[in-house]
Design a protein around this ligand. Sequence first.
Ligand code: ADP
Length: 295
Amino acid sequence: MPRRSGPPTKRRPAFVGSTLVIASGKGGVGKSTVAVSTALSLAKLSPGSTGLGRSLRVGLLDLDIFGPSVPKLMGLDKAGEPRLSKNGQLVPLTNHGIPTMSMGYLLPPSPDTGSASDAPIVWRGLMVQKATQQLLFDVDWRGEQGGPEAEEGAGGGSGLDVLVIDTPPGTGDVLLSLTQLMIIDSVVIVSTPQDVALIDARRGVRMFEKCGVQVTGMALNMSHLETGMASAAPLEVFGSSASFDKLAQELQVPVLGRIPIESSIASGGDRGQPGVLQNPSPSVESHAAAPSAPR
Ligand code: ADP
């Protein structure tokens, strides 16, 4: 019999209603911070505003295989390895009410720091592809993640409304596998105002378009610094946000918001206590509704 060829069939991860991908062209622009903050903020939406009459069940998947940040940002970098459910799937590790999965949980701890997320990974393409597939489709996102009812699959856990996915910077193998294998409901591209970041953000938007995925919006991180003086204009430390607006207009992608530089964001991330836990959106300027509603 002739072998079937053609692109693989796309699917959602099991027990996931809607997928929201956070991407960036460049590393260090705050993509993981935005992914973590978005997951926590979605989970904190009031039941009346979700359209479901209850809070959203939100999970966070860290697909940044070579530089996983989610374990550290979520305060789970010393949490140990995830266990396996009875059907052999990875059971997420939960903190701040958000179940998470990351390559950082699956690596041996670095001898330097004792944290698995710091261990270097030297892999060929096929191993990256296998790891991506496992993280995408071999995680049990049901219910009280890891609870006995989830393992039994007796309907005790009903899965996630939204899975937020943090991705590696750039347009490499992992992103390619993601766009080929998974149904993506929304994509947010994060950038900072510098030209080098904007050039890569444009590349990111074009890559998704090329793969047939419409980008939902762009967010500008580290847009400005509040001086604290009522009379003084905010300092645009990394350049004018006008270039970002121009790019968004040119690409016909909505601007979702601007996030200022705030020391509490950096220090909260370092402590595994994301800033949004204390202060939902201190001075974030939001321009649009949250990306696609979960189904
Ligand atoms: P990426 O995922 O794009 O590599 P990260 O989310 O890991 O970037 O952020 C890089 C660093 O910048 C982290 O230390 C993070 O805490 C810090 N950071 C991110 N956004 C902000 C911000 N708006 N203000 C201050 N620090 C920030």
